[in-house]
Design a protein around this ligand. Structure first.
Ligand SMILES: [Zn+2]
Length: 279
């Protein structure tokens, strides 16, 4: 049996496979439950698990967790923890890297970027058929490229990251700072009659278009897949990207490019199921 896991900042999700057949799935809010005890409980329940494959919301290199802004890390060397205590193979990779593996498999291309806009602004890149990783497994940290200075700080410690403008968490920080009702959605701000509301929406839109243009110009993908909660919930944002991306990209990089919305229910979980030892 193979236990595939999507370890996000809000939920831990799993799907259990016997061959290609999914035999069980579930999720728990991660508040207050440790990631390792959560997996160990599943191993108690499913004694025939031979492989654990994790898409993890953090930086991971060779089975070691280097950092995770939204998950408490008690044991960085998590691969060793499980492989030394249980008779299992343990595979773990960054969540957006898993997502882009699943998207590449779905679209059958080796030149693809997955840009997910949810609580963060995440990117996974496959170029020339291989996952882009970098020296410290930090390549493609799109959310933290410098954009504009703001009077509060990002989870990474800086005060000028593009994620502060174009993500759910940044959006919340902006609303708090501007004393705008925290319950207002992006759509409500866009449709509002108050200029301070529409201005904040425009900041979001402009930053997202910049991010899209950076991805297209830097990585020259054949397919750019957009996903994440914010894209899923608001059709207008996707339409804006597909209408205006050329204003923000090098013209030659857009030739032959397709921008699509993800078709996958849970790309992170699907990508985790595709992980191999050397990834
Ligand atoms: Zn940052």
């Amino acid at each position: 049996m193979k236990l595939c896991i999507d370890a996000g900042g809000t939920y831990f999700r799993y799907a259990l496979f016997e061959g290609k057949q999914e035999i069980s799935s579930g999720s728990d809010k991660c508040n207050g439950i440790g990631f390792i005890p959560w997996i160990e409980k599943l191993l108690q329940r499913y004694k025939d698990v031979k492989t654990i494959a994790v898409g993890y919301a953090g930086q991971v290199k060779k089975g070691i967790i280097l950092g995770a802004p939204n998950i408490e890390v008690t044991e960085p060397n998590i691969k060793n923890y499980f492989q030394s205590r249980y008779d299992v193979e343990f595979l773990i990779q960054n969540d957006l890297s898993c997502a882009v593996l699943a998207e590449a498999n779905y679209f059958q291309t080796g030149e693809i970027c997955a840009l997910y806009v949810g609580s963060g602004l995440g990117l996974g890149v496959i170029t020339n058929g291989s996952l882009l990783k970098g020296n410290n497994a930090l390549a493609g940290e799109l959310g933290h490229i410098p954009y504009k200075k703001v009077p509060f700080v990002c989870g990474c410690g800086k005060d000028n990251c593009i994620e502060l403008f174009a993500s759910g968490s940044g959006f919340i920080k902006f609303k708090r700072y501007l004393q705008i009702d925290e319950d207002l959605t992006l759509q409500e701000l866009r449709d509002s009659t108050l200029i301070e509301h529409t201005e904040l929406y425009k900041e979001f839109e402009e930053a997202l278009l910049h991010a899209v243009g950076v991805v297209i110009t830097l990585f020259n993908p054949e397919i750019l897949v957009l996903g994440g909660g914010i894209i899923a919930d608001d059709e207008t944002i996707f339409e804006t990207v597909t209408t205006r991306y050329k204003e923000f990209s090098m013209p030659q990089s857009t030739q032959g490019l397709r921008i699509v919305k993800t078709k996958l229910q849970n790309a992170v979980l699907q990508g985790a199921s595709l992980l191999k030892e050397d990834q």
